[in-house]
Design a protein around this ligand. Structure first.
Ligand code: ADP
Ligand code: MG
Length: 265
């Protein structure tokens, strides 16, 4: 039960000047402690909204989101969040950008500086503690963001297309590194991505969403053993899973089946 995150019958509607937007519909999902969940779906299907509900930044219009058995009614502090843009503070050095997480919580700066150094070393940034963000590559900056999300040791990590702004090679390395971090820390992770392969490589379960209003079209058990390396992408199981996700998207009109299109011409 500890830190189980549970969505039960969750709907989210945004009221806007041009009318209501039904972002999420009837979401039922339980994330067990230590589980890595990837969410894939088209733009605007409510993926970011799902993370906002998990962090208590938004509240559902109906249904309930509960953490460790208690309904979430205000922003959750025991959570780490990583966005697509790294939102580092330009005027703070790398170490201070990580430690700010502790400062904001009124925790002991020196104690958390030690933890921050360990985390930075774990992601290959030993020696970069005193650099400023502008001195780092995009991948390094996003590693700093991940350290900042982890330094207060939250049981739950929310990641919203964290590698979306990175080039393909850096992205591949980040996937390997994140998998490694997760294996060592076994946090619960909710990881939003557009990338089907990234989702399957990393996740225990892949949640496939429909276009808006976002519903859960399918929950796939990946069932591939850990630790995983990129070679796993060549296995039969991996290829079948990726094809299946594409198939679900085709059924919901998210992806067009080119073969059918040609036949129709
Ligand atoms: P995704 O992350 O899957 O692209 P979002 O969760 O950001 O989708 O958005 C789902 C839908 O809700 C979109 O149509 C978006 O425009 C709308 N939306 C998101 N946040 C707000 C908000 N704060 N106010 C009004 N509409 C919003
Ligand atoms: Mg989004």
């Amino acid at each position: 039960m500890a830190h189980t995150l549970k969505f039960a019958g969750v709907d989210k509607v945004y009221q806007t000047s041009s009318g209501p937007i039904h972002a999420l519909q009837n979401i039922d999902l339980t994330i067990e402690p230590g589980e890595f969940i990837a969410i894939v779906g088209p733009s605007g299907c409510g993926k970011s909204t799902l993370l906002s509900l998990a962090s208590g930044l938004e509240l559902p219009d109906s249904g309930q989101v509960a953490l460790a058995g208690r309904p979430i009614a205000k922003p959750v502090t025991d959570v780490g969040i990583v966005f697509q843009s790294d939102v580092l503070l330009d005027w703070r050095r790398v170490l201070d950008n990580v430690v700010i997480q502790a400062e904001m919580r009124g925790l002991d700066r020196e104690e958390y500086a030690v933890k921050a150094r360990q985390l930075l070393a774990n992601v290959g940034l030993a020696g970069f503690e005193r650099k400023f963000p502008y001195e780092l590559s995009g991948g390094m900056r996003q590693r700093v963001s991940i350290c900042r999300a982890l330094v207060h040791n939250p049981p739950l990590l929310l990641m919203d297309e964290p590698f979306g702004a990175l080039d393909a090679l850096t992205r591949e390395q980040m996937v390997v590194d994140l998998h490694d971090i997760w294996l060592k820390s076994r946090k619960s992770v909710l990881f939003v991505t557009h990338d089907i392969q990234e989702a399957i490589i990393l996740a225990d379960r892949v949640i496939v969403m429909t276009p808006r209003p976002g519903r859960i079209a399918e929950i796939l058990d990946v069932g591939l053993p850990h630790p995983r390396t990129p070679e796993i992408m060549q296995t039969k199981r991996f290829i079948e899973l990726a094809q299946y996700v594409r198939h679900v998207f085709e059924e919901h009109g998210v992806l067009k089946n080119y073969q059918q299109t040609e036949d129709a011409l």
